[in-house]
Ligand binder design. Structure first.
Ligand code: ADP
Length: 499
């Protein structure tokens, strides 16, 4: 777009010479640069995938960490419960009369505890009973402890575990009757089922992660496609515009507010460039036409006089002189516009009374207005102070007034107004003329723009007056606007800063 704008401004700047300069090397180098850069599509996909991957990996680590913590907590709780259960069971084996423990019972409890990885050792106070399962089933105990160690290392390779023992008092009616020593691989261990559950959860997590990543990539591609398709379309249009195919429109339907605005502005720019291009063609034709008519008249009249077909009477010479004046007026207007638009305008600002200025203007237009029975209404307060270049602003008012009378039919009205609004001064010329169609309003102040070419040619206009007016107003730091309705009339408003 910037490219197209760049080209358009170069193009417009060369209007006066009618030779468009197209800086192709600049365009080429920018295109080369854009090739080196990544495409928007790949950038969005890579970013989207990286962010998704990062989220999934972070969540996995967090989840993994939580699972391990939960299981660790669970293992500690389980172990505590099991030991408490063993203490209760061993206490129940106490034989009150003998002060000993039922060995068969201890054997059942010890075997059951061994299944859970706990090695039981029971001793009475006087060591009459010293039952230790590791003595009876030394090999099995070793296998159980090794199994627990293997389990823990399979899950946590750096697990710092070792054989751990804890001693508890055995009591009967609040009297210590013996001691229970439990040994296990600690500080905690996970059995086969718990380990299987953790591993299954982990595998599911990895599976879910892969599925989410896949979904994220698919979503990324879809979203990217959604975003880039209209942009690609706009790029194609811009390239066509840059190649001079003005008026090309992007047909892609937008899916976001931004792309809608982008498409709308590029389409509008394309139409504006097309209109400008047409303008330029018209300008050449118009200038040629405007110059040709008086030159043809002069040529034929002079030829007739040289060939003695016509006598060189004062009337005929006057007619030739009028044509020369017309030519001079056209050239002067073109020169004036060129001067104003080239920023050579030196304003001689002073404070003056606008109503005095308008009185003389109204006086000058009185005859023209009378010829068409147009009422000239002066709505100016006295004094109406304005700070600006008197001669330049006079020229503006003459242009607007002349148009108002030119484009207003018989028995119409032209009103001239002055208002002060905040820090600005509004100068208005309103007419009840034929008005200007809406589609022409945006181009009205462009040079050589004429709403109806045949109409303007009849009225002798070249479409320069309003461009000159606009250039003068802008040199004053002001603005000019128009409100118009066909067959109702137009109001031109000049807004100037007070000081
Ligand atoms: P021109 O010398 O052709 O009048 P201008 O720049 O003054 O050139 O005006 C440009 C065009 O704007 C005119 O050709 C005319 O069609 C239109 N225009 C300007 N003023 C009025 C108006 N008061 N009412 C209707 N049309 C107007």
């Amino acid at each position: 777009i910037a490219e197209a704008h760049g080209i358009s401004s170069l193009y417009m700047a060369s209007d006066t010479s009618f030779s468009p300069r197209y800086d192709s090397s600049r365009v080429r180098s920018r295109l080369e640069w854009s090739c080196i850069m990544h495409t928007l599509k790949s950038k969005i996909i890579v970013t989207f995938t990286s962010v998704s991957l990062l989220i999934i990996v972070s969540l996995s680590i967090l989840f993994n960490f939580s699972i391990d913590n939960i299981f660790k907590q669970y293992a500690f709780e389980q172990q505590k419960k099991q030991i408490e259960e063993i203490i209760i069971q061993v206490n129940e084996q106490y034989l009150e009369g003998t002060g000993l423990y039922d060995i068969d019972g201890l054997e059942v409890i010890g075997n059951a505890a061994l299944q859970n990885g706990i090695i039981v050792h029971v001793q009475t106070i006087n060591k009459e009973i010293d039952w230790d399962i590791s003595r009876h089933k030394a090999e099995e105990c070793k296998i159980v402890l090794q199994h627990a160690e293997r389990n823990m290392h399979s899950r946590y390779p750096n697990f710092q575990g070792s054989y751990t023992e804890k001693r508890y008092d055995l009591t009967y009616n609040d009297n210590v009757t013996g001691y229970l020593t439990v040994g296990y691989y600690g500080p905690y261990s996970l059995d086969d089922n718990e380990l299987m559950l953790i591993n299954t959860l982990n595998r599911s997590l990895i599976g879910l992660g892969v599925i989410f990543l896949f979904i994220a990539i698919v979503l990324g591609v879809l979203i990217t496609k959604n975003i880039t398709t209209p942009i690609t379309s706009v790029i194609q249009t811009s390239k066509k515009i840059a190649a001079g195919d003005y008026g090309t429109q992007t047909q892609e339907s937008p899916n976001t507010k931004e792309t809608a605005e982008l498409i709308a502005s590029v389409n509008a720019m394309s139409l504006a460039l097309e209109k400008k291009e047409q303008q330029k063609k018209y300008i050449t034709a118009d200038v040629a036409h405007e110059l040709r008519t008086p030159l043809n008249n002069l040529q034929s009249q002079m030829e007739a006089m040289i060939d003695k077909v016509w006598e060189p009477t004062t009337e005929r010479l006057q007619s030739c002189y009028d044509e020369i004046l017309r030519l001079i007026r056209i050239v002067l207007q073109l020169q004036e516009l060129n001067r104003l638009e080239s920023n050579f305008l030196q304003l001689e600002k002073s404070k003056f009374d606008f109503s005095e200025l308008c009185e003389s203007i109204l006086y000058n237009f009185e005859i023209k207005a009378k010829q068409k029975d147009i009422r000239l209404i002066n709505q100016l307060p006295a004094p109406a102070p304005v700070y600006g270049d008197l001669q330049c602003l006079k020229q503006c008012m003459v242009n607007l007034m002349s148009n108002a009378i030119k484009y207003t039919g018989r028995e119409g009205t032209v009103i001239i107004r002055y208002q002060q609004v905040n820090n600005r001064i509004l100068l208005q010329i309103q007419d009840t003329g034929e008005g200007i169609p809406n589609e022409d309003l945006p181009y009205l102040f462009e040079r050589f723009y004429r709403v109806d070419i045949s109409r303007s040619q009849k009225t002798g206009g070249m479409g320069i007056g309003l461009s000159i007016t606009k250039a003068i107003v802008e040199a004053h730091g002001g603005t000019i606007s128009v409100e118009s309705h066909v067959n109702i009339g137009s109001t031109f408003t000049i807004s100037l800063p007070k000081e």
